[in-house]
Write a protein that binds this ligand. Structure first.
Ligand SMILES: Nc1ncnc2c1ncn2[C@@H]1O[C@H](COP(=O)(O)OP(=O)(O)OP(=O)(O)O)[C@@H](O)[C@H]1O
Ligand SMILES: [Mg+2]
Length: 278
């Protein structure tokens, strides 16, 4: 069995692979990296009822992977570059031969991956899940993602954002009148916490949507965008990304186990390297 672990900026995700089959998944908060990896491994093994000695390798990736040594709990650790892991994970989860894989985590990373092995980091944006957390803490003094999303889903964006119609009085080019001209550009004095939460989610979803769409067009991958990372599971953020993508004639999918993309990519990378070719 190979265990892939993604030590992300916010959460540590672990996956157990037997052959190419996923037999277990778990997520813990990223605390100290060794503690997070040991904790995730222990939780995963107790969920699937397997002993530690069944684990051949820990394939580790994500920002915190560099703080791990050669072994954790006597299991050999093999580090996998996060960009490789995002690319391999995105292709594995989507079944595609080529894709623009957008990793929506604390920040946002864009990777162009081809099944022939070419994997390229094409950019990204610092606007991501961490932006929602930070702005919500500053503006609303709230931290729970679920509570924030619930508030945001009831907010009125007209009290926060300026639309193209507000400025131009009509659509401009490919942009409809109701599209955003300026995030937070029309902040009303009586905007309440629901409206402000809506503005924050909208800002993050729209920025990611535009960056993803322009990259998809630049690389000819308009039909092959794959969204992964925990933030892709936010209904509000993914809906907004999809709406922006539609304007640019780009379509994006969110595969099953999207939040385990890096962990699965790291485990797959090591599995392919250690499995003898027949
Ligand atoms: N229940 C949830 N549903 C959707 N998104 C969530 C949820 N809880 C937290 N998030 C968002 O997901 C973000 C973390 O995503 P993820 O775990 O993929 O990132 P990471 O791997 O820790 O970070 P990075 O890849 O940038 O190093 C948080 O910043 C938060 O905004
Ligand atoms: Mg991540």
């Amino acid at each position: 069995m190979i265990v892939g672990v993604d030590v992300g900026g916010s959460f540590t995700k672990a996956v157990a692979l037997e052959g190419s089959s996923i037999i277990g998944l778990c997520t813990v908060l990223t605390t100290e990296p060794v503690a997070a990896v040991s904790g995730a491994l222990g939780k995963l093994l107790s969920q699937i009822g397997k002993p530690l000695r069944d684990v051949e390798f820990l394939a580790v990736s994500g920002a915190g992977a560099r703080f791990l040594g050669d072994c954790v709990l006597d299991i050999p650790v093999v580090a996998v570059d996060e960009i490789e892991a995002i690319g391999i994970g995105g292709l594995t989860l989507s079944g595609k031969d080529r894709a623009l894989v957008a990793s929506l985590g604390t920040g946002t990373a864009l990777v162009v991956a081809h099944r022939n092995g070419s994997i390229q980091h094409v950019g990204g944006t610092g606007v991501g899940g961490g932006t929602i957390r930070g702005l919500a803490q500053l503006i609303l003094r709230r931290q729970s993602f679920e509570v924030l999303e619930e508030l945001a889903s009831k907010g009125n964006l007209r009290k926060v954002d300026l639309t193209v119609g507000d400025i131009a009085g009509r659509p401009v080019g490919i942009i409809p009148a109701e599209a955003t001209a300026s995030n937070f550009g029309n902040l009303s004095e009586d905007a309440d916490e629901k409206d402000l939460a809506a503005g924050i989610f909208n800002l993050v979803g729209e920025v990611i949507g535009v960056v993803v769409s322009l990259a998809a067009k630049a690389y000819g991958l308009e039909r092959d965008v794959v969204l992964v990372g925990r933030l892709a599971g936010s209904r509000l953020v993914s809906e907004r990304i999809n709406e922006v993508c539609k304007l640019f004639k780009v379509s994006a999918i969110i595969p099953e186990n999207y939040d385990y993309c890096v962990a699965i990519g790291a485990a797959e990378y090591i599995r392919c390297k250690t499995t003898p070719k027949t």
